[in-house]
Design a protein around this ligand. Structure first.
Ligand code: IMP
Length: 444
C-alpha cells in the first residue's frame, strides 16, 4: 500500500467511514489525527449497532493497529464507553493505542461549550456541545490536561485542583452555573486513567517505526475541509485541522512520509450547524435528499441541511488538501430526480467568481450559478461498474471530475461494502495530473 490520508472534501459527513473501512483492509495501521467526540459513525456488526466517536473503525479488523493521535481531543468517559461496547461484541481492543500527548476533554469543557453557544445568541456556531472548542482552546492557552498528565496521580491532583477552581470562576461568574467539585472531578479522572493506562504510548514514535518498516498507514480525518479552523468557513468551523496537512501535525509524522491524499465528497452537499451554505435547498428537493440520504447526525441526531453539489467548494478542497483522487458517495440518493443542479461558480451583484470567498459575510451573499443536468430516474444501487451506470449518471460524475480537476477513484451507491464501484485503484492508480511548464499534463 502506501501512507494515505483520507479527508472530507465538504462540511463533514461525506461518508468517510465507509471509504476508510474499505481501505482499512489493506492498512497495517489506521490513525485518527484530529477532532474528538464531535465526530462519529455507526457500524453494524453481526446485526448489532456500534457507535464509534473516537476509536477508528479499523478496530474491527483483528490485525489492524488503531491509533488515536496527538491532534485529537479525548473524552475519556466516551472512549471508555466505546471500549465497553467493543468488549460486549467480543471485539478485541488489544491493537488500540492512544497518544500520551492528546488533550483531554473535562466536564467543564462540555459545560462551557453549551453555555457559550447560548450566550452567542444569533452568532451561534451550532457546535455539537461536546466540549471540543473549549478543550482545544485550553490547549492553545496552555492550560490543558494531556493524557500523560492523567497518568501521574500526584501531578494530576495539583493540576486539576487549580484547573477546576479556575474554570469555576468562569462557570459561576460568567455563565451563572453551579461550580464543580474539584475532588469529584479528580477521583473520576483518576478512575478513567486506570482504564486507559494500558493503551497509552508515544504514538509518534510507533508511527515513525512503522513507516521505517514499510507498514501501510491510513490517516483518517474527521469532519471536513470546510470545517477546518484555518481553511474552512470561519467562524462556522470546528477547532481542529481536518485538512490533509493536519495529519502530519496531529500524528507527529513528517510530510515526506505521505504518499497519497484521497478526498471523499457526497454527490450532493450537506451541512450541520450554522453558517452560510450557498447551494442549500429549503424545499421539497432538500427534504427528499434528507429522507433518501438519511441525513441525521450520528453524534447529535440533528437534521442535516441538504443542497446541490458545489464544485467551487470541491475545487477548493482539491487545492487545499493536495488531493490525488476522490471518492464520490451516495450517488444513489439522486436516483429519482428529474434534473440535478451543480454549482459551477458564485455570483455577487452580477460579478461572477470561481473561488470561495474567505469572509463569512461575503460568502453568505454568494448566489450559486448552476449548470442543470438531466437525472437518470432509475436505481443505481446495484451497479457494480461504470458500465452498469445509466449514461446520465456517468455524465454527472465526469462533469464533477472535470470541474474539480481530480480523478474519481471510487463511487459509492449505498451503505454496504458491496455497493461500491472501484473506478481506479485509489492507492496505486493515477494521481491528479501535474502540469509541465507549458501547462500540459505530465504522467504521475
Ligand atoms: P464543534 O466541533 O462541536 O465545536 O462544532 C463546530 C461546527 O462543526 C458545528 O457546525 C458542528 O455542527 C460541526 N461539526 C463538528 N463535527 C462534525 C461532524 O462530524 N460532522 C459534521 N459537522 C460537524
Amino acid at each position: 500500500m502506501a501512507n494515505v490520508i483520507v479527508i472530507g472534501a465538504q462540511w463533514g459527513d461525506e461518508g468517510k467511514g465507509k471509504i476508510t473501512d474499505l481501505l482499512s483492509k489493506s492498512a497495517d495501521i489506521v490513525v485518527r489525527y484530529q477532532g474528538g467526540v464531535n465526530a462519529g459513525h455507526t457500524i453494524v456488526v453481526g446485526g448489532q449497532t456500534l457507535k464509534l466517536h473516537l476509536i477508528p473503525s479499523g478496530i474491527l479488523y483483528p490485525d489492524t493497529e488503531c491509533i488515536i493521535g496527538c491532534g485529537t481531543v479525548i473524552d475519556p468517559q466516551v472512549l471508555i464507553g466505546e471500549l465497553e461496547q467493543l468488549k460486549k461484541l467480543n471485539i478485541s481492543t488489544k491493537n488500540l493505542q492512544i497518544s500520551e500527548t492528546a488533550h483531554v476533554t473535562m466536564p467543564y469543557h462540555r459545560l462551557i461549550d453549551i453555555a457559550a453557544e447560548e450566550r452567542r445568541g444569533s452568532h451561534k456556531i451550532g457546535t455539537t456541545g461536546r466540549g471540543i472548542g473549549p478543550t482545544y482552546a485550553d490547549k492553545s492557552e496552555r492550560t490543558g490536561i494531556r493524557v500523560l498528565d492523567l497518568m501521574d496521580e500526584k501531578g494530576l491532583r495539583k493540576q486539576l485542583k487549580w484547573a477546576v477552581e479556575y474554570k469555576n470562576v468562569i462557570l459561576e461568574k460568567l455563565y451563572e452555573l453551579p461550580p464543580l467539585d474539584p475532588e469529584t472531578v479528580i477521583e473520576q479522572y483518576l478512575n478513567y486513567a486506570e482504564v486507559l493506562r494500558p493503551y497509552v504510548v508515544d504514538t509518534s514514535l510507533k508511527i515513525y517505526d512503522a513507516i521505517h518498516r514499510r507498514r501501510n498507514i491510513l490517516f483518517e480525518g474527521a469532519q471536513g475541509t470546510l470545517l477546518d479552523l484555518d481553511h474552512g468557513t470561519y467562524p462556522y468551523v470546528t477547532s481542529s485541522n481536518p485538512v490533509a496537512g493536519g495529519a502530519c501535525i496531529g500524528t507527529g509524522v513528517g510530510p515526506t512520509a505521505i504518499d497519497r491524499v484521497i478526498g471523499v465528497a457526497k454527490a450532493y452537499t450537506t451541512r450541520v450547524g450554522e453558517g452560510p451554505f450557498p447551494t442549500e435547498l429549503v424545499g421539497e428537493i432538500g427534504e427528499k435528499l434528507c429522507d433518501r440520504g438519511a441525513e441525521f447526525g450520528t453524534t447529535t441526531g440533528r437534521k442535516r441541511r441538504c443542497g446541490w453539489f458545489d464544485a467551487v467548494i470541491g475545487r477548493y478542497a482539491v487545492r487545499i488538501n493536495g488531493m490525488d483522487c476522490i471518492a464520490i458517495t451516495k450517488l444513489d440518493v439522486l436516483d429519482e430526480l428529474e434534473e440535478i443542479k451543480v454549482c459551477i461558480a458564485y455570483e455577487i451583484d452580477g460579478v461572477e467568481f470561481k473561488d470561495f470567498p474567505r469572509n463569512a459575510r461575503r460568502f453568505a451573499e454568494c448566489r450559486p450559478i448552476y449548470k442543470v443536468l438531466p437525472g437518470w430516474k432509475q436505481s443505481t444501487e446495484n451497479c457494480r461498474s461504470l458500465e452498469d451506470l445509466p449514461r446520465q449518471a456517468l455524465d454527472y460524475l465526469k462533469f464533477l471530475a472535470e470541474l474539480m480537476d481530480v480523478p474519481i477513484a471510487i463511487v459509492s451507491l449505498g451503505a454496504s461494502r458491496e455497493q461500491t464501484i472501484i473506478v481506479e485503484d485509489p492507492i496505486h492508480g493515477p494521481k491528479r495530473a501535474l502540469l509541465d511548464a507549458n501547462g500540459t499534463p505530465v504522467a504521475s
